[in-house]
Design a binder for this molecule. Structure first.
Ligand SMILES: [Zn+2]
Length: 229
């Protein structure tokens, strides 16, 4: 039976599980900023450990998101909200740090318990695979990762995390320790009713091939890195 959760109520308070079994009332639809429907949960063994995979459908974009759960998470647990990156995770591209960050996050929640929310539709900071490769072409001509997006008429970062907040509400998680270097994730989740108790840095994935990319994210996009670049 599907369970629908939304990112926030008008007051900012969580309204998780207001609607169950597809019984989304007009009131809920009116006040919802974003929502997901929980579809299925199953156990999946991986090289990082054995996790519960919980699949959600995004009611706004139609994307299928995944919550990878270790243990029985409660408020205060570690959470990573990870944006899909085909080039970095499947092909292990060294132009970004996404693959090692995902590996590190999965290893961390396997050790300490927690959740990795894997956000589909976030390729290239939300511009999609084709536009991401177009931006890479412009970077070959000397533009940095931010200016390349802008030169294509696209946002520097188009990612929206409201569905991640809705998933956290579905998991009854309202206060988390967030594994991220990106202050925008902290701000967006906070805006959708999630208390971020602590930002826990992720240091994986720095490489000579992506040092300029990481410096741009640090110097022009506000990302916070503990390690030298
Ligand atoms: Zn990436």
């Amino acid at each position: 039976m599907a369970e629908t959760c939304f990112s926030t109520s008008p007051s900012g308070a969580p309204i998780a599980a207001l609607s169950k079994g597809g019984d989304s009332t007009s009131t809920v639809r009116t006040i919802a900023i974003s929502g997901v429907t929980f579809e299925v949960e199953t156990t999946v063994p991986t090289k990082h450990g054995t996790f519960q995979f919980r699949a959600y459908r995004d009611l706004v974009t139609g994307s299928e998101h995944l919550a990878v759960v270790s243990g029985t998470p409660t408020d205060g647990c570690l959470v990573r909200v990870h944006s899909e990156c085909l080039t970095g995770e499947v092909f292990e591209s060294q132009k970004c740090e996404c693959g090692p960050q995902l590996d590190s996050a999965l290893n961390t929640i396997n050790q300490y318990g927690g959740v990795v929310i894997y956000m589909r539709g976030h390729e290239g900071r939300g511009i999609g695979l084709i536009n991401k490769l177009r931006a890479y072409r412009l970077q070959e001509a000397g533009l940095d990762t931010l200016d390349a997006n802008l030169a294509l008429g696209l946002p520097a970062d188009g990612r929206d995390y409201s569905a991640a907040a809705a998933i956290l509400h579905n998991l009854r998680l309202h206060a988390v320790r967030l594994l991220t270097n990106n202050p925008d994730k902290v701000d967006q989740l906070t805006g959708h009713g999630i208390t971020v108790l602590e930002r826990v840095p992720l240091t994986a994935g720095a490489h000579p091939a992506n040092s300029a990319y990481l410096r741009t994210k640090r110097d022009r996009m506000g990302h916070l890195f503990q390690h030298a670049l």
